[in-house]
Design a protein around this ligand. Structure first.
Ligand SMILES: C[S@@+](CC[C@H](N)C(=O)[O-])C[C@H]1O[C@@H](n2cnc3c(N)ncnc32)[C@H](O)[C@@H]1O
Length: 451
């Protein structure tokens, strides 16, 4: 027991504890406290519920435990989840919680994570932006599992496991995507190298598939596209129409990508503004709330004037092009050359080429030095790992406004701490619930330079 804090008792794996769930956390489970005060991370449970939980492991300063059963009447906000596979599937861990309580819990997680990282709560936490809690995703990614010669199983990964939970419906996906599941099954049956299938629908109700393959060379994409087109004609796609197919290797080093049909998605990002996004380039998963997010980014950045804006991790111009239309001079940077080519083409077709230019590159100090000298605003929308690689260079430019869009509240907290320490303060922080039924939080932090 040397080095152990006084009063702390070793909890052997397998021991059962009675606990009261304190709150939901930035992860699929919940948090409680052991009798000795240590934090216990539970695999499930809702705030206020008393549970019996079995200790699974002990780490430095906290325990992990699995709920065996709920003891008291369940929490008032608990509901019967509508999805029949929710207990197996890893996709929607918050589905048993009424939606209003989900939003409150997510807001609480964001506040706590930012306070923990920055040492004080953000000054101006705005009302969350929310939309429909069901049928909002316009893009889903399905795993394909094969057992010898049997029909391949298509679905989501199981909770904490590699297995696939086959699905016949998905309550968070747009109904056109659910209606198109037979196309994904046909593709998996016809091409045995396919390991993962992404189904997406764009703003013109065009459905597309992207298959990730384990083969070293490209399969015959034209033959597969022709089979899918024929099969799509037999299906009721609920207003959707099959448009095209992309096949890619799981290992990008294999160096091939093949496509058939029309694989350019048209995404409405602002009133009367559509941009082209090639299948495979990034799109936000929730089309309706993406427009609300774009509008909030434009409000925070454009300021009605002729501002110079740098849009880092710009994708296909989701923010840059509406910003250019609002009067800003924008330069966007992204590592994905396919997305940058599409952003450049959209700028031309929208008549914004004199206000928006795009470059391919990794976001780092050298790229930033090449792009700009003194921007008024820097917009950052990095992947989950955050913007640590470019942040020191961004801060050295001292832009009066920083607009940070994040899909990971932990790395956002880490980067926000660096931003605050360098002289900016929170102008606002806002949750945008792009992914209801999950713990994932999209946040928009706006920072103003104060010294
Ligand atoms: C969360 S997406 C945001 C895209 C865009 N802002 C939007 O709203 O559609 C992150 C983007 O970062 C790009 N990316 C990832 N790592 C990068 C890096 N190191 N440097 C530059 N871009 C990167 C990806 O290609 C992707 O387009």
């Amino acid at each position: 027991m040397a080095g152990r804090r006084k009063g702390r008792v070793r909890r052997p794996a397998g021991e059962e504890l009675e606990l009261e769930v304190e709150r939901l956390v930035n992860g699929p489970g919940a948090m409680a406290r052991a009798p000795d005060g240590r934090v216990v991370f539970l695999d499930e449970g809702l705030p206020g519920e008393r549970v019996r939980a079995q200790v699974e492991s002990e780490r430095k300063g906290f325990l992990r435990a699995r709920v065996v059963r709920t003891l008291d009447p369940p929490a008032q906000a608990r509901r019967a989840p509508p999805c029949p596979v929710v207990a197996l599937c890893g996709g929607c861990p918050w589905q048993a919680l009424e939606y209003e309580s989900q939003v409150e819990a997510k807001q609480d997680v964001v506040l706590r994570e930012v306070e923990r990282a920055c040492g004080s709560p953000p000054q101006a936490m705005l009302e969350p932006i929310v939309g429909p809690q069901w049928r909002a995703r316009h893009r889903i990614r399905l795993a394909v599992m094969r057992h010898s010669d049997a029909e391949p199983a298509i679905g989501y990964r199981a909770r904490g496991a590699h297995e696939v939970v086959p699905i016949g419906d998905c309550a968070i996906a747009r109904e056109e995507l659910v209606a198109a599941l037979p196309l994904a099954r046909l593709l998996a049956r016809q091409q045995k190298a396919i390991r993962e299938i992404e189904l997406s629908i764009d703003g013109r109700a065009q459905l597309r598939l992207r298959g990730v393959c384990s083969s070293s060379g490209p399969p015959d994409v034209d033959a597969l596209h022709s089979s899918l087109s024929g099969w799509a004609e037999q299906l009721d796609l609920r207003g959707g129409a099959y448009a095209g197919l992309v096949l890619e290797p799981g290992d990008p080093a294999a160096g091939w990508r093949v496509a058939a049909g029309d694989v350019m998605q048209r995404i409405g990002v602002a009133p009367d503004m559509e941009i082209g996004v090639p299948v495979g380039a990034f799109t936000q998963v929730n089309g309706e709330l993406n427009r609300a997010l774009v509008s909030a980014v434009v409000d925070a950045s454009a300021g009605g004037g002729d501002r110079r804006v740098v849009d880092l991790y710009c994708g296909a111009g989701n923010f840059s092009l509406p910003l250019a239309r609002a009067g800003a001079h924008v330069v966007g940077l992204d590592v994905d050359e396919v997305a940058i080519a599409a952003a450049t083409a959209s700028a031309v077709s929208l008549g914004l080429a004199d206000r928006a230019r795009f470059e391919v590159g990794v976001a780092d100090d050298r790229a930033l030095a090449r792009l700009t000298e003194g921007p008024d605003v820097v917009v950052l929308d990095p992947p989950r790992a955050g913007a640590a690689a470019v942040l020191p260079a961004v801060l050295a430019l001292r832009p009066p406004v920083l607009v940070y869009v994040s899909c990971d509240v932990a790395t956002f907290g880490r980067d926000a701490r660096a931003i605050l320490a360098a002289g900016w303060s929170f102008s606002s922080l806002r949750l945008i619930d792009l992914t209801p039924q999950t713990y994932r939080a999209e946040v928009l932090g706006v920072f103003r330079l104060t010294w």
